[in-house]
Design a protein around this ligand. Structure first.
Ligand SMILES: Cc1cc2nc3c(=O)[nH]c(=O)nc-3n(C[C@H](O)[C@H](O)[C@H](O)COP(=O)(O)OP(=O)(O)OC[C@H]3O[C@@H](n4cnc5c(N)ncnc54)[C@H](O)[C@@H]3O)c2cc1C
Length: 454
């Protein structure tokens, strides 16, 4: 068995590993071909490191819109990272910023522009699915953010008002009775913010669909090709892979939570990889659906700082996710699986007999300011990156890939999402970062179980 990958320690996430044993991998169907390991000598205009949504979308848009034939280097398999193992909630999100926080931080005009771009990110997903005919079980599910304690409902009501009044967006507040009658019951359903625009997708099928699109547009996607070395020869980047080197005029880092510290100084000490874990239950019996009134097909999150995200899958299983351990550890991961199951049961006592068929986890990516960053290295404008989606990157990473393609072809994108189109900054004392993370988790858990402060 492979040792768990820790991006803060290991030099690469592996070579040619299979997709994680998830519900998604079990139901993905036929895996489309890639271009195999990178050969001894390669040259390209644009090299992309990382074969997830960011990298594949960038490759597709470069090839399709601009006629550039980029080369993607993926350590394992396309979609192996977060993109093939996430919850499949494609939401309008810039990290975890609420509309009210955006207004407060950036003022009305900028907040509105940023919100508009998160809507555009969802449209990027819709367009990719349509243009590529991607069969990824996509549905226009909508999103319910559920108050897990009665005291959390007021903030959701206010958020609905801000979205309506300031952004003219048709969000609505659903009170506890309506939520329990029409969507879902349980002990922690105290009202919800309803955002009508959100897709539920099969995330791995979506990754593989974008892989197909990128390759048929002219991109090359090499699997089992971790970048293990990187130097510059004049203006040319020389990337080392297990079988040779790739020379490129420009490079995109699209490795998000799987970014090894050693990859490049431009991203060193700027990212905090955080584990998120998912369980998928056996299909619910009719009596269990009745007992919980789990009739909604919306994607669901709650108001916790350490939030849970869950949904009823098309085959009536419940997918339930939340934070994982601080560091990866096979024995303790199974305890975390049991913990998630107990949390699911405490939300829905009608599920006391439900069992878990699948569980897995992956690294999401936080940054110092809790914002994604779509930019270039401060001292090298030929080195681009899009990183740090804060665990909400399905829509934004696909969109960021498209934005990077525009930047790579010379377009100015600084004004598209101004707060995110800025350089990454380093965490102080990054090598000790797990210590404050541990403290924050305890503090957040304490706050999540109380009615103050909100
Ligand atoms: C359990 C879980 C649930 C989630 N649920 C949701 C959700 O429901 N909704 C949502 O919006 N977001 C969710 N996310 C986050 C979302 O999946 C990510 O933000 C998004 O997939 C990021 O895509 P990416 O392409 O940037 O990175 P990834 O998909 O992680 O791809 C990065 C790739 O880089 C490769 N790589 C790393 N180092 C190297 C190297 N040296 N050489 C070559 N390749 C390398 C890795 O192998 C990996 O495949 C979830 C994440 C997890 C882990």
């Amino acid at each position: 068995m492979n040792a768990p990958y820790d991006p803060l320690i290991a030099a690469t996430p592996g070579t040619g590993l299979d997709h994680v044993a998830s519900y998604w991998a079990a139901t993905a169907g036929e895996i489309p071909p890639d271009d195999g390991p990178a050969p001894a000598q390669l040259e390209t205009e644009v090299a992309i490191i990382g074969g997830g949504y960011t990298g594949l979308s960038c490759a597709y848009h470069l090839a399709r819109l601009y006629g550039i034939k980029p080369v993607v280097l993926e350590a394992n398999r396309p979609g192996w990272g977060c993109s093939g193992r996430n919850g499949g909630f494609a939401r309008m999100a810039l990290g975890r910023w609420t509309a009210a926080q955006m207004m407060e931080q950036w003022g009305r005009d900028l907040a509105k522009r940023v919100f508009g771009e998160t809507m555009a990110s969802l449209n990027t997903v819709r367009t990719l699915i349509k243009d590529g005919g991607i069969a990824c079980d996509a549905s226009e599910a909508g999103h319910l953010k559920i108050a897990h304690r009665p005291s959390r409902a007021a903030a959701l009501k206010q958020e609905a008002q801000v979205l309506q009044r300031e952004f003219q967006y048709p969000a609505e507040f659903i009170d506890a009775a309506e939520l329990r009658d029409n969507h879902v019951g349980g002990t922690q359903s105290h009202g919800a913010l309803r955002i009508p625009d959100a897709l539920a997708v099969h995330p791995l099928k979506l990754s593989l669909g974008v892989l197909r699109m990128a390759r048929s547009a002219g991109a090359t996607v090499h699997a089992a090709s971790p970048v293990t070395g990187w130097r510059k020869n004049g203006a040319v980047h020389v990337l080392t892979t297990p079988h040779g080197t790739l020379r490129a005029k420009a490079v995109v880092i699209a490795t998000n939570g799987y970014t090894p510290q050693q990859l490049h100084p431009a991203v060193r000490a700027t990212l905090l990889p955080v584990l998120s874990q998912i369980i998928v239950t056996r299909p619910l019996a009719r009596a269990e659906i009745r007992a919980t009134n789990f009739v909604t097909r919306h994607v669901l999150t709650d108001t916790r700082r350490l939030l849970y995200y869950w949904r009823r899958l098309p085959d009536d299983r419940i997918m339930f996710g939340g934070r994982g351990l601080i560091t990866d550890s096979p024995g303790r991961n199974s305890r975390q699986r049991d913990y998630l199951l107990s949390e699911l049961r405490s939300k829905y006592p009608g599920l006391e007999n439900v069992t878990v068929d699948y569980d897995w986890h992956g690294w999401v990516c936080l940054t110092r300011d809790f914002l994604p960053h779509i930019h270039h290295a401060v001292d090298d404008t030929s080195l681009h990156y899009a990183l740090g989606y804060q665990g909400s990157g399905v829509a934004l990473s696909l969109h960021a890939g498209k934005l990077l393609a525009r930047r790579l072809t010379g377009e100015q994108i600084a004004n598209v999402i101004p707060p995110a189109c800025t350089p990454l900054t380093r965490f102080p004392l990054h090598h000790l970062i797990r210590i404050p993370q541990r403290i924050m988790y305890r503090w957040y858990k304490f706050l999540d179980n109380r009615d103050w402060p909100q």
